[in-house]
Design a protein. Structure first.
Ligand code: FES
Ligand SMILES: [Fe+2]
Length: 332
């Protein structure tokens, strides 16, 4: 496992709920192999390892709300308890040690979130919030999961970076004739960082309609952020929840929700395809940045006033003690 004392106690997005159907789904979270499967009581997440002989449970199948190991057919219920060992008579007691390791797992906003801290639910560790998802005047689209060969903090910081829009996304989101970022500040609000509204001449959704949009960035957690773009001339709002699944130090998957309060009759595929183009453009940068780890020492790279959201992000990762995907050289 990637030993990061913060992320191993955080809710991390691992899949879209709709992608966990009748077969087990395997994935890697912080180098830990995990299997997801659906039961009548919701999605379950186990360590992808059978206690009997170490076979991956994800190669098995789901039967009657249980996951069945592919090797000798041991059956584990949604709580991880072994309820059937085919090699012994049914009346024989199953050893209580015959259990799967279960991780807290919840479905929210159409995303499956897993926490490697077994007490997360008891402790009430909060999930990121995204109220637009439940607001009937908005419509949400899931962008396709996007795999990046980059560390999570570089990927999140790129999402929080207003200055690149006019260059990396020229013609899609930004215009290099209008690259200036007006001064703004970032504030701590309850449990997250929130930027002031930043006026940026941009296109909200690749439709070709440029206007002054007001961007608000929020850093919710080390791997989760959100963004709201408001056009006050027509009250159109486009929001995003952006969350990164850290597979390991150099590989991540992005899950992004794109929510709008306009063009509700437009096909969702338009917004999905648009987001795909945006992230393909970002991939070219984030997969090639050096060092691969985000430098948390603010002396390590140069910063402008325009970078205040990134500065807040780096500082917060340092204060929290995040080490995953981070270069902590120079931090006390
Ligand atoms: S290894 Fe899973 S049942 Fe034997
Ligand atoms: Fe970008």
């Amino acid at each position: 496992m990637v030993e990061d004392k913060v992320l191993i106690k955080d809710w991390l997005a691992v899949a879209y709920a709709g992608d966990v159907a009748d077969k087990p789904v395997k994935m890697t979270l912080l180098n830990e192999r995990i299997v997801l499967f659906r039961t009548s009581e919701g999605i379950k997440a186990f360590k992808d390892l059978c206690i009997h002989r170490g076979a991956p449970l994800s190669y098995g199948k789901v039967v009657d709300d249980c996951i069945v190991c592919p090797y000798h057919g041991w059956r584990f219920d949604g709580e991880g308890k072994c309820v059937r060992i085919p090699q012994q008579p049914p009346e024989q007691t199953i050893p209580p040690k015959a259990k799967a390791i279960v991780y807290p797992c919840v479905e929210r906003y159409g995303i499956v979130w897993v926490n490697l801290d077994e007490d997360a639910i008891k402790k009430g560790t909060p999930l990121p919030f995204y109220e637009e998802f439940d607001d009937p005047s908005f419509r949400t689209v899931q962008a396709a999961p996007y795999v990046l060969h980059a560390a999570g903090p570089r990927v999140v910081e790129n999402f929080l970076d207003a200055g690149h829009l006019a260059f990396v996304h020229e013609g899609l989101l930004g215009d290099s004739n209008f690259p200036e970022i007006p001064d703004y500040h970032v504030h701590w609000k309850e449990n997250r960082y929130v930027s002031d509204e930043i006026a940026i001449y941009a296109d909200a959704d690749g439709s070709g309609n440029y206007a002054t949009l007001y961007y608000t960035y929020e850093i919710l957690r080390p791997m989760t952020a959100r963004l709201k773009k408001v056009n006050y001339e027509n009250n159109q709002i486009l929001s995003m929840l952006f969350t990164v699944l850290p597979h390991d130090e150099r590989k991540t998957t992005v899950f992004a929700l794109v929510t709008r309060n306009y063009a509700l009759d437009e096909p969702d595929s338009y917004f999905r395809d648009f987001q795909q183009k945006v992230i393909e453009q970002d991939a070219f940068i984030v997969e090639n940045q050096k060092p691969e780890e985000l430098p948390l020492d603010l002396q390590a790279e140069l910063h402008l006033k325009a970078d205040r959201v990134s500065i807040a992000y780096r500082r917060w990762l340092g204060e929290l003690g995040v080490t995953y995907g981070s270069d902590v050289t120079g931090l006390r």
